[in-house]
Design a binder for this molecule. Structure first.
Ligand code: PEP
Length: 253
């Protein structure tokens, strides 16, 4: 059990528009003005909206801007990618790295995820490194082996301290499916990850945020966030609805 601040990060995925983003951010700001959060909050938005969000979030300080991906390369012939320096230009503080949708649809390997993690750390951006097993892997009893392998890939990145990383346990079978891991299932995997962090860097392990992600919503957040090794949430669908996201934020108090 730790006393660090929890982190609630919304992953908007490929959703939003100038009008919808403005309405969502303003509704969140209104809600947070009425009931200030005691956790850290990040909004991981699509890159084309960074300028809009930088301006919407300016001054309020309650919510930080996050990216959904980051290039491993500093610049050059990498069509479609966004470098860490570009993200920094827009005040991006967090970058999701190795989301299962990137691993699945874009073939991102553990090595690629490690390289992206290194690029984020080298530029002062906090990587939110996603790990998680597929349904087939869970049913084959391979959950622990898979998440440990994925975490091991980023644990010793370029001399950076593991304490600069946020880990997100996202069972692939729970993402966007409405099937949430039970608090006990999630806690069991979080404990495995915490033990691995402890083995790698015992002095930092307790302070590292391990988020849960996978159909977390207003109804199930409190129970998940009450688990001793669940330090916050990475929220997809429910982060697009202000009342739901605000309820999750208040559950993280
Ligand atoms: C995610 O995309 O990281 C996620 C957890 O999505 P959802 O909450 O919709 O399952």
């Amino acid at each position: 059990m730790t006393t660090k601040k929890k982190l609630i990060a919304g992953n908007w995925k490929m959703n939003g528009s100038l009008a919808a983003n403005e309405a969502l951010v303003k509704a969140l700001q209104q809600g947070l003005a009425a009931a200030p959060a005691s956790c850290d909050i990040a909004l991981c938005a699509p890159a084309p909206y960074f300028a809009q969000l930088q301006s919407l979030l300016a001054g309020s300080g309650a919510m930080a801007l996050g990216a959904q991906d980051i290039s491993a390369h500093p610049q050059g012939a990498f069509t479609g990618e966004h470098s860490a320096a570009m993200l920094k230009d827009f005040g991006v503080r967090y970058a999701i790295v190795g989301h299962s949708e990137r691993r699945q649809y874009h073939g991102e390997t553990d090595d690629a995820v490690a390289a992206k993690t290194a690029a984020a750390l080298a530029n002062g951006i906090t990587p939110i490194v996603c790990v998680g097993e597929t349904l087939a892997e869970r049913e084959a009893g391979r959950t622990e082996e898979v998440v440990k392998r994925q975490l091991a890939a980023v644990i010793h990145v370029n001399g950076h301290c593991i304490s600069e990383i946020v880990v997100a346990y996202e069972p692939v079978w729970a993402i966007g499916t409405g099937k949430t891991a039970t608090p006990e299932q999630a806690q069991a995997v979080h404990a495995v990850l915490r033990a691995q962090l402890h083995h790698a860097a015992s002095e930092h392990a307790a302070g590292i945020c391990i988020l849960y992600g996978g159909s977390m919503n207003a109804a199930n957040a409190a129970q998940l966030l009450a688990q001793p090794d669940i330090d916050g949430g990475l929220i997809g669908g429910a982060s697009l609805k202000a009342p739901d996201f605000l309820q999750i934020i208040s559950a993280a108090a």
